[in-house]
Design a protein around this ligand. Structure first.
Ligand code: SF4
Ligand code: SF4
Length: 337
């Protein structure tokens, strides 16, 4: 039988590959616009997966109007699919799909190489630090769903700033400031010193999924009768969950990584299962369910016209000009065509 971690790594690499392809395609799309060319490369809709704040505004728009907006539809679709995975299989998005989750795992491996006794934050300080990501997520949710007036939602969605927010995000990285380099470097160093620093303490996306995952149908379940209490599961859990004293792992930190189930020496004792222990989900099934959710969701959105946005390349050029992101002399000839 293939090891659960090999299957998980394959899924992570598959999604990382897709992110890289989307990144290259989007870079080429923006580069052609910057050269005043509007005819060749299509914008990859998947880039909107990196606009979670925009997705929250889109969700509010959907709740208010019953419509999916035409500016960033795929961002909303992706966000809803990710939330659905959390309702079904805990924070499997973090453990199986997110490229930052994968990066965090490799930084944690570096930690094990460098330090003989890794620094571990426990107890009250750990709770306090974990509340930071919930604080950040709560701030965005409060600002968008409570503070933002209803009339301002549509105005924001169709504003030039929001339409080209993906291009601005790309420029943030290609023209990165010294401050941003320092902040990112500090987070990377802290993620090496403290395992899963970014995911455990700072990621607001993980916080939203962690909260939703409390209601997840799929959970790690332990058979108390066959468990010998060896504690292997406790020692391997990257989320520092004490599993061996629980019948069901409810923790908001569980990423359904299946390391605990994989290391348990007692057969059918520790498993990811849906609703009750009688419905165990094998690692290959987790992979197939996740792939089916994303592939099915994206195909459905595409067929119903809610994946590709309705912004033309000419409009992109116009919005970039209005935001001083392109020289008028370069943009105008294409605009006049
Ligand atoms: S080791 Fe088990 S309990 Fe810990 S995060 Fe992975 S699946 Fe969840
Ligand atoms: S690894 Fe298995 S047998 Fe050992 S404590 Fe955990 S659940 Fe029990």
């Amino acid at each position: 039988m293939i090891d659960s971690q090999v299957i998980r790594r394959c899924v992570q690499i598959l999604f990382l590959g897709m992110v890289i392809i989307i990144g290259i395609k989007f870079y080429s799309f923006v580069a052609q616009l910057e050269n005043g060319n509007i005819s060749d490369i299509e914008r990859p809709p998947g880039v909107e997966a990196f606009l979670p704040i925009g997705a929250l505004v889109s969700l509010k728009y959907l709740l208010l109007t019953g419509r999916i907006n035409e500016v960033h539809p795929s961002g909303l679709v992706f966000f809803l699919l990710v939330c659905f995975t959390a309702l079904l299989l805990k924070k499997s998005f973090c453990g199986w799909i997110c490229p930052f989750g994968l990066l965090t795992e490799y930084l944690s491996k570096l930690n094990s190489v460098i330090f003989t006794k890794p620094l571990q934050i426990n107890g009250f300080i750990d709770y306090l630090l974990r509340s930071i990501k919930y604080g950040i997520a709560a701030f965005f949710i409060w600002t968008i769903f409570v503070k933002m007036p209803e009339g301002a939602v549509e105005q924001f969605i169709y504003s030039p700033y929001n339409v080209i927010s993906d291009i601005k995000m790309l420029k943030f990285f290609t023209n990165i400031s010294v401050t941003a380099v320092i902040v990112i470097s500090v987070i990377i160093v802290l993620s090496v010193i403290i395992k899963s620093f970014w995911c455990r303490y700072l990621c607001p996306y993980g916080a939203v999924l962690g909260f939703i995952s409390l209601f997840s149908a799929g959970k790690i379940r332990r058979n108390e009768l066959s468990c010998t209490g060896c504690g292997k599961c406790d020692r391997i859990c990257p989320s520092l969950i004490h599993i061996s004293d629980k019948e069901i792992v409810h923790s908001d930190e569980c990423t359904a990584c299946l390391r605990c189930a994989g290391i348990c020496p007692e057969e059918y004792t520790l498993q990811l299962s849906i609703i009750s222990r009688v419905l165990p989900v094998k690692p290959i099934a987790v992979a197939l369910i996740l792939l089916a959710i994303f592939a099915g969701g994206i195909i459905l959105a595409d067929v119903s016209g809610h994946w590709q946005n309705k912004v033309t390349n000419r409009q992109y050029l116009m919005y970039m000009m209005s935001q001083n992101m392109i020289d008028k002399k370069i943009a105008m000839p294409s605009m006049m065509k």
